[in-house]
Design a protein around this ligand. Structure first.
Ligand code: G
Ligand code: MN
Length: 251
């Protein structure tokens, strides 16, 4: 798909509201209780099929629509999650952190949504290089001042490097699924995982393991002291209504 075609698709998606959010719980690794719920962007196709919105997010990453897309996502997620007793995780491109008034923008977006910003965790998605470190640091500190949690997403892959641990005031790491998948057979990966979790804890950060699918993976992650688990083993991404039903059952 060329860039202009993809841009047109994004415009259409935003206008015709064929974007939607699914929510995937993040569980306490020991108690299995839900700690937070991550909002995941999806696109409804003409066929009714629901797909990942990666074409759209990749396009937006290059253009100004990122702002509109993230605004839509944050507002929608804050509204949907208003009555939930858990934290809410939302993905945000590092580009948006370079805005000097990101704190004010989030306050504006949250007003009228019924959810307090101190229940929000932002996942810094490492799809692009982080520029202008001073502005970014100011923004991150402003967000922390609002009680917002900051997490490094897909840690260990792409641009998500150890320098971020040195500079960023993050509350936690989400360790990429590519480190979780081979845990059952690969001794090197097991050692890397154990060291990553120890490293995070040394820096007073928590760890979410992503894409946990098997009991065997869970067992090893528990052995390493992993704090939180996300993945098909315990919960798939679900529509808001299903999360609401889950909440009714549990209370
Ligand atoms: O933004 P993040 O990297 O956290 O995105 C998570 C993605 O991984 C989502 O698109 C979600 O549908 C997918 N996912 C979540 N749990 C699992 C899992 O257990 N296995 C696999 N293969 N994918 C998962
Ligand atoms: Mn994420």
């Amino acid at each position: 798909m060329t860039e202009s075609v993809a841009q047109a698709a994004l415009d259409r998606a935003l206008d015709e509201k064929d974007l939607l959010l699914l929510y995937q719980p993040i569980h306490d690794a020991r108690t299995r209780e839900i700690y937070s719920v991550e909002a995941l962007l999806r696109q409804r196709r003409e066929t009714g099929e629901i797909r990942e919105a990666s074409i759209i997010t990749a396009t937006a990453e290059q253009g100004e629509q990122l702002y509109r897309l993230d605004s839509w996502t944050i507002k929608r997620a804050l509204t949907d999650a208003a009555g939930w007793p858990w934290r809410l995780n939302v993905n945000l491109s590092p580009r948006e952190f370079q805005e000097t008034n990101i704190g004010q923008r989030l306050r504006d977006l949250a007003s009228g949504c019924g959810m307090k910003l101190d229940k929000l965790n932002l996942e810094l998605t490492e799809t692009s290089h982080i520029e202008r470190p001073d502005e970014t640091m100011d923004s991150l500190n402003a967000l922390k001042g609002l009680g917002i949690g900051l997490w490094l997403d897909d840690f260990g892959t792409k641009y998500s490097n150890l320098e971020h641990l040195q500079h960023f005031p993050s509350d936690g790491l989400k360790i990429a699924g590519s480190f979780v998948k081979p845990l059952s057979g690969d001794e090197r990966i097991r050692k890397i995982m154990r060291a990553l979790i120890t490293l995070a804890h040394e820096l007073n950060m928590k760890v979410v393991a992503e894409e946990v699918e098997t009991e065997e993976q869970l067992e090893y992650l528990l052995l390493c002291g992993c704090d939180y688990i996300q993945g098909f083993l315990w919960s798939r991404p679900m529509e808001k209504e299903k999360i609401d039903a889950l909440l009714r059952q549990s209370s």
